[in-house]
Design a binder for this molecule. Sequence first.
Ligand SMILES: C[S@@+](CC[C@H](N)C(=O)[O-])C[C@H]1O[C@@H](n2cnc3c(N)ncnc32)[C@H](O)[C@@H]1O
Length: 248
Amino acid sequence: MFTSMTVINILLSLVFLYFLGKYLLNMYFEGINRPEQWAGKLKQGKITRELQKAQRQYGDKSRFFLFWLQIERIKKEQIQGTFAELGVYKGDSARILHLMEPTRKIHLFDTFEGFIVADLAKEKGEAASYTPTNFSDTSVDEVKRFLGNSDTFVFYKGHFPESAQSLDTEKYAFVNIDVDLYNPTKAGLEYFYPRLSPGGVIIIHDYSYKWEGLVKAVDEFVRGIPENLVLSPDTDGSVLIIKNSVHT
Ligand SMILES: C[S@@+](CC[C@H](N)C(=O)[O-])C[C@H]1O[C@@H](n2cnc3c(N)ncnc32)[C@H](O)[C@@H]1O
């Protein structure tokens, strides 16, 4: 017969084994999944402790390093412009982008109240099961607290693209679009692409069969520009558009 103490001991051991396993797996995958550029910068002491920690904790290492490699390229090539994220939710990816480039302004666009009904109306596939309550458990104040005290973050609360009206002349070097649906993805591409500096990048998250509307918006848009879409092997399938440089 198990006594209650035995049951508690077993449960505690299981919890301990779970965290030990998670830690060891993390150490193992950190070793084999990181690009050589990252390892080199680590050796030179050029990766902050906070960014190293964020890397260890971030589930999708390929997405993490996709961001990092693009941001390193933007810094090296001195691509002009600010950063932007359309689809912020609680600020997880915004925080990582900031840790990777702490000196640039990041414009953050979200309703901070979840999706709006009009954007959901036409969706098929996985997005058809969304309701306005998805991603509604956040707020500007909560994200500000999470991101900490930096004046590089500028918040635009409201429905995109109307929320971007005050920013018409801004130039962008890096844009992360992560909004899951046809309407805001299309609006994001139409808004940011003309304002992207040569050599600047737009990364669109979730380009996969699960998000039919989003894929349609990206495919329609790319037909009208000279650049090709570059597919990334991160878990949810990001795609990149790097604006052609003007050659004379
Ligand atoms: C998948 S979440 C973003 C996750 C975030 N990038 C991260 O990695 O932590 C999608 C977000 O897009 C926002 N969103 C969707 N359509 C929008 C629109 N038209 N205008 C503003 N925000 C929108 C939602 O409110 C939601 O917070």
